[in-house]
Design a protein around this ligand. Structure first.
Ligand SMILES: Nc1ncnc2c1ncn2[C@@H]1O[C@H](COP(=O)(O)OP(=O)(O)O)[C@@H](O)[C@H]1O
Ligand SMILES: [Mg+2]
Length: 200
């Protein structure tokens, strides 16, 4: 279980998150929604331990994220950032092997096939379309064996076909994992999720 307890975050004078309390349990996929600049990515970074809250806390399985080592954090949660870029010309297949085998999720190649990456295995990540690159980035995040997956705008460059495929992957993974998925596209996506957390 991920628990956000009265979570607040400020940058200088500007309050970005104020008193956010929420939970994400295993077995559910939660949509994190809200307008541009409402603090969705910031919330993901707070949960992931990449930013420290101004007040309040984030607990994963009862442990404060702030007190976990990087390795402990990596076993608990994996983050798919929005708009990841690769500066080196790895092939798609190599990217799917970035996570060492003993820490790699068993579903890695199943996810890759679902996301249409099988046919791109030999392609270089520096030579992909935005949508293809976004799917590689998502597959990489999901290749880390973790209990919770935090996905920042995974649909942003996808067409209807791959939006559906990603939703299928999310639905399958939530059998054993918890997922928090950011999208500003609340109207069309809400019905595919168990709950939503709305920032404003
Ligand atoms: N690195 C940063 N430095 C300063 N302000 C930032 C930074 N990242 C985000 N912000 C600001 O924090 C607010 C929330 O941003 P963000 O969490 O990225 O929103 P969202 O993901 O909902 O669009 C915005 O006002 C944004 O301009
Ligand atoms: Mg964002």
């Amino acid at each position: 279980m991920i628990e956000l307890k009265e979570l607040s975050f400020a940058r200088g004078e500007r309050t970005i998150i104020s008193g956010l309390t929420a939970q994400i349990a295993k077995g559910e996929a939660v949509l994190l929604t809200g307008p541009n600049g409402s603090g969705k990515t910031t919330t993901l970074q707070l949960i992931g331990g990449l930013l420290q809250p101004t007040s309040g806390q984030v607990l994963i399985n009862g442990q404060s994220v702030a007190k976990l080592t990087i390795k402990e954090q990596a076993r608990l949660r994996s983050i798919a950032p929005a708009r990841r870029t690769f500066s080196l010309a790895f092939t798609v297949e190599q990217v799917l092997q970035f996570v060492p085998k003993k820490h790699r999720a068993l579903h890695t190649y199943w996810v890759a096939e679902k996301l249409g990456l099988g046919e791109l295995f030999d392609r270089r990540v520096t030579e992909l379309s935005t949508g293809q690159l976004e799917r590689v980035s998502l597959a990489l995040a999901l290749s880390q064996a973790a209990e919770f997956y935090l996905l920042d705008e995974p649909f942003s460059a996808q067409d209807a076909f791959y939006t559906e495929k990603i939703l299928e992957v999310i639905n399958e993974l939530k059998m054993t994992k918890g997922l928090l998925v950011i999208s500003h596209n609340q109207e069309t996506l809400a019905k595919h999720f168990d709950r939503e957390i709305t920032l404003d």
